[in-house]
Design a protein around this ligand. Structure first.
Ligand code: G1P
Length: 314
């Protein structure tokens, strides 16, 4: 069986990145030359996923516009005869199709009901097939050819799993920002492993390990029943983590695939990790990366001399 559907939730409010996200989605913030969500879509298409469902919300129209054809822009670029730019702005993914649906705010509520509720909106789209979930605010960058999704789908299918989760090792005090898993006793943590629990955003002293959920999942249709039975949890929201926990407690197989050393995860959801992502991608830019690295070196020396901010522009 081939898994070819992916659900990309992009409905979060981006509160931790205000004011930058006051009138634009956090998924449209640039990291180097491209908005975050473009990396996620490219990552999925490159790994063979063909049907992409973006779960949007209020204020997210620019995401749909970004992946649409823009005849006025094309006409303008045609007159400049810049073929490279023309190719850059055509973002309709080749051989794949993007669908959109909107996460409704529940009647009487003031904000969306959380990630678990967002995924619930994909039920008709996936129609009982196993599917991937890729959070739209996280880039997984692979040095070399990406194969995380195929490792995950293989693990999922080989073990008849109901859920398979990408994880990576975080610092002790970072557990409070992520879902954290409890590996089965004696598991080899360099290989895919089964888990016996998962907790959303535990404090370091309550965390069952330092393996955090890395924003990529594979699910079977069982997740929808689990989501329907899940009550609001952390932050008053319906948490995907809690639905997975329900499946684990029912004794169903839930597996994890650890990221490899050549795979880096960039979470755009908070200012520090967003800045880090931007710096990494900007430094690696083929056209201006080298100049930028020189600028950064000089700036760091200034900081070390206690002179601080600003070397000015070029
Ligand atoms: C969500 C999930 C969390 C996961 C994280 C990965 O949290 O609830 O379990 O570890 O994404 O980025 P959020 O970042 O939406 O608060």
């Amino acid at each position: 069986m081939r898994i070819n559907k992916v659900v990309i939730p992009v409905a979060g409010l981006g509160t931790r990145l205000l004011p930058a996200t006051k009138s634009q989605p956090k998924e449209m913030l640039p990291v180097g030359r491209k908005p975050v969500v473009q990396y996620v879509v490219e990552e999925m298409v490159e790994q063979g996923l063909r049907y992409l469902l973006l779960i949007t919300g209020s204020n997210k129209h620019s995401i749909e516009n970004h992946f649409d054809n823009d005849p006025m822009l094309v006409e303008r670029l045609l007159s400049t005869e810049d073929d490279d730019l023309l190719r850059e702005v055509d973002l309709r993914p080749e051989g794949a199709q993007i669908f959109y649906t909107r996460q409704m705010i529940p009647p009487g509520a003031k904000k969306p009901a959380g990630l678990g509720d967002a995924v619930r909106h994909a039920q008709a789209f996936v129609n009982d097939d196993p599917f991937v979930v890729a959070l739209g605010d996280t880039i997984i960058h692979t040095e070399g050819k990406p194969d995380l999704i195929s490792r995950m789908t293989q693990t999922h299918l080989n073990n008849d799993a109901v859920a398979t989760i990408a994880v990576w090792l975080v610092e002790h005090d970072a557990t409070r920002r992520y879902g954290v898993v409890k590996p089965e006793e004696g598991a080899d943590l360099t290989q895919p492993f089964r888990i016996t629990d998962i907790v959303e955003k535990p404090t370091p002293d309550q965390a069952p390990s330092r393996y955090a959920v890395a924003a990529r999942y594979v699910f079977g249709g069982q997740i929808f029943d689990a989501l329907d039975a899940t009550l609001p949890g952390h932050g008053g929201e319906i948490q995907l983590t809690d639905a997975i926990r329900r499946l684990v407690r029912e004794g169903k197989p839930v597996y994890c695939v650890p990221l490899r050393p050549n795979e880096t995860r960039y979470d755009i959801g908070n200012p520090e990790s967003y800045f880090r992502a931007f710096v990494d991608f900007a430094f690696d830019d083929p056209q201006c990366g080298e100049k930028l690295r020189r600028h950064a070196r000089a700036l760091l020396e200034r900081y070390e001399r206690g002179e601080g901010f600003s070397l000015g522009g070029d």
